[in-house]
Design a protein around this ligand. Structure first.
Ligand code: ABU
Length: 497
């Protein structure tokens, strides 16, 4: 009996399980009542309130004394009410969507057990689960003898790639630091993810030394431009060591030419990392995986099942071809955690491969999804997302007012301008483009305030491209062609002045 329970006169431990489940049942019922997990199409995707208004609506203040559970449930109701329903069929706003129910079960289990992933001792089953799901993933990407680890998001996974590449090139960096290293430079495309810049800063390379290689109109890195950048760096006395290629760029959904980039990396002895956080899920599809041709030549890969596939955030796998490198590069051998004289096989203590100490059990989510759906079930949901996106792309291709940013279908992100009737059939001067630039933000505002659709927009400033919509289809909840038609109808409807 705990001291608190004794002080309250309760019998503590024996009542605790019933209390926990009573409370959690209320929360599950609440999720059901609010349709948080399966919103209907005529429900709102969001009940948007501006920050100051929302501040008034939510019971944010913390109190001195405890509140009854019913008040807590009510507070949760308000939080859910004003949250974006990413499980809604009309949420197409980001590179993630709703959650796979098996993945969600994985989250509930691992959070309930409040487990850490660093040693076999405290996470025996989860250690083996992580190993099993990483092995399956490594095989899928063609890195069968490699190693891997689940990370807190794609930016960190990408950072692992840079750290390993640098350690491989300059092993002394771990002990002597950057001051003993040659002036290192890395390369990514100008359409690559901004985490590369953040990593360059955090890892002490400096953002000027993350060279942005020009991409083509479709968003793919141009191999000859990479060679030119490498030669320029060499001439300047720098030491190139790392190339980041992208499988599914954030905005255009482009896939870099991996074979050509791998040839260049081989010639110049550079590490090839593939940021497949978004497009890596296409590996599950026989129909669509050809865009990833050559990815198996990478030295390392990042893949986020929490993006297209619908694993609950966060679920990001970092994979590396060379076994042992993760451990050698990252190990700090904390004696209080990774004792060498433990009574079991300490090769199952995976924590020292990580830059983190405490590490959540993200592997269970993907493992449960994969077990429940199988390779074939995951392939089906990926194919559905791709087919729906292709349908959308084909429908708007020749539709009055719609204009694709790139004509080819590349991934489940479709980028397009909507030209309202008042701007059609006019000369496309810079002034005209300025007007087009304000169309997507305005329509978006109206759609969000109505709560009927969430879809993103963005410019591509380095390509001189003004604001356009980016419509993203993910695997959960599985989309339908009627949903795609709905998006077109709503944009047309809300564009009317
Ligand atoms: N890490 C890129 C995801 C941002 C987005 O949803 O567009």
């Amino acid at each position: 009996i705990s001291i608190v329970a004794m002080a309250e006169g309760g019998c503590g431990e024996s009542q605790k399980p019933a209390t926990v489940f009573d409370f959690l049942s209320k929360i599950v019922r609440l999720l059901q009542d609010e349709e948080a997990l399966q919103p209907r199409r005529n429900d709102q995707v969001v009940q948007f309130q501006h920050p100051r208004e929302l501040q008034e609506l939510l019971p944010l203040a913390l109190n001195k004394d405890p509140l009854p559970d019913d008040d807590i449930v009510e507070a949760c109701r308000q939080v859910i009410k004003y949250s974006v329903k990413t499980n809604h069929p009309y949420f197409f706003n980001q590179l993630y969507g709703g959650v796979d129910m098996y993945g969600l079960a994985g989250t509930w289990i691992s959070e309930s057990l409040n487990t850490n992933q660093y040693t076999f001792e405290v996470g025996p089953a989860f250690t083996l689960v992580e190993h099993a799901v990483l092995t399956h993933t490594l095989n899928m990407f063609g890195l069968a003898n490699g190693d891997g680890i689940f990370c807190p998001g794609g930016s960190i996974s990408n950072m692992y790639g840079i750290v390993l590449a640098r350690y491989k090139k300059v092993p002394d960096i771990k002990t002597k630091g950057l001051s003993s290293a040659p002036p290192l430079v890395a390369f990514t495309s100008d359409d690559g993810h901004y985490s590369m810049l953040k990593a360059a800063h955090w890892l002490g390379l400096g953002t000027d030394n993350m060279i942005k290689v020009k991409s083509d109109n479709e968003g793919r890195m141009i191999p000859s431009e990479l060679v030119a950048c490498i030669q320029k760096a060499l001439k300047a006395g720098k030491q190139p060591f790392f190339v980041n290629a992208t499988a599914g760029t954030t905005v255009l959904g482009a896939f870099d030419p991996f074979e050509a980039l791998a040839d260049i990396c081989t010639e110049y002895h550079l590490w090839l990392h593939v940021d497949a956080c978004w497009g890596g899920s296409l590996m599950l599809s026989k129909k669509f995986s050809s865009v990833l041709k050559g990815i198996s030549r990478a030295d390392s890969i990042s893949w986020n099942p929490h993006k297209m596939l619908g694993a609950p955030l966060q679920c990001s796998a970092f994979l590396v071809r060379e076994k042992g490198l993760l451990h050698h590069s990252n190990a700090a051998a904390a004696h209080y955690l990774f004792q060498q004289d433990k009574f079991y096989d300490i090769s199952y203590d995976t924590g020292d491969k990580s830059v983190q100490c405490g590490r959540k059990v993200d592997a269970l989510k993907l493992w449960l999804m994969w077990k429940a759906r199988g390779d074939s079930g995951l392939e089906k949901v990926v194919d559905n997302a791709m087919e729906c996106a292709r349908y959308f792309c084909d429908r708007i291709r020749n539709r009055p007012g719609f204009r694709l940013v790139i004509p080819e279908f590349q991934c489940t992100n479709t980028c397009f301008w909507y030209i309202p009737p008042r701007l059609r059939n006019q000369e496309e001067t810079p002034e005209w483009w300025e007007k087009v630039n304000s169309v997507a933000p305005k329509i978006k505002e109206r759609l969000v305030l109505a709560g009927c659709l969430m879809i993103g927009y963005t410019p591509l400033s380095h390509k001189g491209i003004k604001n356009f919509f980016r419509m993203v289809v993910t695997c959960q909840p599985p989309a339908t062609v009627e949903d795609m038609d709905y998006v077109i109808e709503k944009i047309e409807e809300y564009a009317i002045d």
